[in-house]
Design a protein around this ligand. Sequence first.
Ligand code: NAD
Ligand code: IPM
Ligand code: MN
Length: 379
Amino acid sequence: MAGVFLLRALNDGFAMPNKRKKIAIIGGDGIGPEVIREAKLLLDIYRDKAGLPLDLWELDLGADKFLRDGTTFPKEIQVAIQRECSAVLLGALGDPRVPNLEHAAAILFGMRFGYDLYSNIRPVTALADRLVPLTGRKAKDVNFVVFRENTEGIYAGMGGQFKRGTPDEVAINEDINTRKGVERIIRAAFEYARTHNRKRLTMADKSNAMRHAHELWLRVFNEVRAQYPDIESRHVYVDALCLYIIQDPSQFDVIVTNNLFGDIVTDLGAALQGGLGMAASANVHASDPTRVALFEPVHGSAPPLAGKDIANPFASLLTVGMLLAHIGYPEEETRIERCVTQALDEGMCTVDVGGKLGTRAAAAWVRDRVAESLNLTKT
Ligand code: NAD
Ligand code: IPM
Ligand code: MN
């Protein structure tokens, strides 16, 4: 199995499959509500037919709500999620009617930063040979996991504008890198490699240009790697990483990098998976898996696709798999991935991945396979 995510060694004590788990669901903007509707129907099967003890809590947050009454991410919702939920399933945020992305930043960063979800785990896994756009490469060659630092870097939002709108204006975004932040994401990536039998780990930075911030990354990496002699580890500059990923993706098992580079590298990775409609992700506090975790497809709200029943729902279904693995059902991640793979093999998929079906029909086909494989009646 390719995309397996669960931090097993860390989660064993937490899983407790019989304990009720509350999951907050936020469709968001653009295609978000369309793909999350399909993902929720999959969770409904697990709750209503397979008997998993799930409580699903749908939240009306996003651009529509913001434009109606100014709501972004209310403090009481943020706190209630943190107190009551095991996981959040999020579609996407971003709407052309809100050009400064005020609500999107409040909700997305309100969870990533607010819950200190420092590991953004993004499997780059191709599920069908025909989805890999590189000459001579097959699906088996595209199978690595990116650990993206998720709480600092350039995303910290420190900086400002001075003399805005004048010929002398200055705009600054500070790149924040803390010893604690750098060490914990590098360690999480090594732990993941060790517990998932991934033999090679690559740390990517730009320490040749960012001589302060990324010298810290390189130094901490060299310290931590000494504690994992069982993992073959190497450092590469991020520009060369992009080259190597395209030249031969099969050389990578686990990649760890900072927030911004991780964002960019995982869209590059998505291109090797068949596009953003295939890329799933998790945001977790890897050293305390009992904290609420956030699960989202890597893609955004894709405004030109919205409302047309053409968005690929598979990234969201695969994201449900990561979520279920995280809360104690790792075999369901395997099952969902297998059913999505079967859909691709049989052409039961959306146009972006070579099929003819709409969002709803493609997702329903996968759900039927999941239900069959669980020995349940059709949806
Ligand atoms: P995008 O991911 O929405 O789209 C990029 C490309 O991928 C487009 O060609 C789009 O058609 C395609 N695509 C994306 N999802 C797809 C799917 N499920 N099926 C088929 N094709 C798919 O990125 P963008 O256009 O740069 O951004 C649009 C908005 O989304 C912006 O407001 C951006 O800030 C936001 N965004 C949000 C998130 C998030 O909420 N996590 C992630 C990325 C972008
Ligand atoms: C992602 C997105 C976000 C990010 C945007 C919407 C801020 O691109 O989740 O990959 O850069 O993290
Ligand atoms: Mn992105």
